[in-house]
Write a protein of this length. Sequence first.
Length: 94
Amino acid sequence: MHRLSNMANQNSLSNPAAVSIVTYPVIRNITDRHKNANGCVMPATWFVTAMYTDCDLVRQLYMDNHEIATHTLTHPGLPNVTEIVGCRTWLNQV
């Protein structure tokens, strides 16, 4: 879990890592229990890495109105363009 923000009573959460059986329930436990001022559940932005990500969980998040964004293929410290574009290509195929 990376960051929780509260701007104009709209909460959001971001997760810059793989979507896995470890990270998924932790973040969902937070987002599913909290609501924004408009009554909607708190969304999360999942910056997905290809390595160790469960594609079925990504699909479920998307269907539940979470934002899916690309991170990198393998989560290196200083990613090159292949890492970033490669993850976008992979995610579009999921």
